[in-house]
Design a protein around this ligand. Structure first.
Ligand code: GUN
Length: 287
């Protein structure tokens, strides 16, 4: 039976470290770090993530403001808003919650965020720094995963890390982090067009599922003793729940946990770690 990696517990450790650093800053007479979150449209999942980010900021003494807009806002209005926030000396970090309505070019918006305030690590300059191993902001979900492995004393050097999913938010930046000097994994990235995906997944010492399909990773795709990290957050109908759905990951937890050595739950796994790294980045932005 796999050991559970408790993302709530590990993220609480990181949050208390950030809180202590924020307190130190304030004691020195400096302003508390400040994060501005931009939320466009009515996506319920985005609304709940943004709420969690604001609550976590408050808890560690980071100031935050969520600017909410109707999905009818124009692209040029968003770009003008970002230009103002870039210039605002009281704003350290800027986060535009994705996805955006289809009439707004996501990459154009990301490119308009000042790299010094890019706490999501989505700007091409931030991504470039990550790829060449320079210090800078950490991509939240990938860095959250690496922290989970590190704080659980799971070795990564020379291990085969197989990532299922090639998104700009998780798969690609995680591949770069796992390759970094000091982490030193051998990395394979699989995606929807990979023909022999189960066969490759079975070679993984560390298997990361980030494809956004409920229960995609089944027990036959997992090597005995592998470490399994589940990035998925999928809503599936559940009439026994008051809200009518429940959250499940990309991994068939029931079956896979019997084979893995370590596994992350959903919820309470990678999700809370992501927010903890965002707080670390906001603190970094204020320095
Ligand atoms: N949508 C899903 N994950 C993220 C994230 O980490 N940052 C932003 N801005 N949007 C997201």
């Amino acid at each position: 039976m796999a050991q559970l990696i408790d993302g709530k517990l590990l993220s609480a450790q990181i949050r208390s470290e950030v809180k202590a650093d924020v307190e130190k800053r304030v004691q020195l007479g400096k302003r508390a770090p400040f994060l501005t979150v931009v939320l466009i449209g009515e996506d319920p999942a985005s609304a709940s993530y943004v709420k969690a980010k604001a609550a976590a900021s408050a808890e560690v003494g980071i100031g935050s403001d969520t600017l909410r807009f109707e999905s009818s806002i124009s692209e040029s209005e968003v770009l003008a808003l970002l230009a103002r926030l870039n210039e605002d000396p009281n704003v350290d970090g800027i986060l535009v919650q994705l996805p955006l309505p289809s009439h707004i070019d996501e990459q154009k918006v990301i490119n308009a965020i000042a790299p010094t305030k890019d706490v999501d690590c989505f700007h091409p300059e931030s991504v470039g720094n990550l790829v060449i191993g320079m210090d800078g902001f950490q991509p939240a979900t990938p860095a959250g995963i690496v922290e989970m492995l590190r704080r659980s004393n799971i070795p990564t050097a020379g291990k085969h890390c197989v990532i299922i999913g090639r998104s700009n938010i998780v798969g690609k930046p995680l591949a770069n982090l796992m390759l970094k000097k000091g982490i030193d994994s051998t990395v394979t990235v699989c995606h929807s067009r990979t023909p022999n995906l189960p066969e490759i997944a079975r070679q993984a010492d560390i298997l990361v599922a980030a494809i956004g399909r409920a229960h995609f990773v089944t027990a036959d795709m997992v090597k005995e003793g592998a470490v399994v990290i589940d990035v998925g957050i999928n809503r599936i109908d559940d009439p026994t729940k008051e809200r009518g759905y429940r959250l499940v990951g990309d991994v068939d937890f029931e079956a896979v946990s019997k084979k893995a050595s370590f596994i992350t739950p959903v919820p309470g796994g990678v999700g809370p770690m992501t927010i903890a790294v965002l707080l670390q980045n906001t603190l970094k932005a204020s320095r």
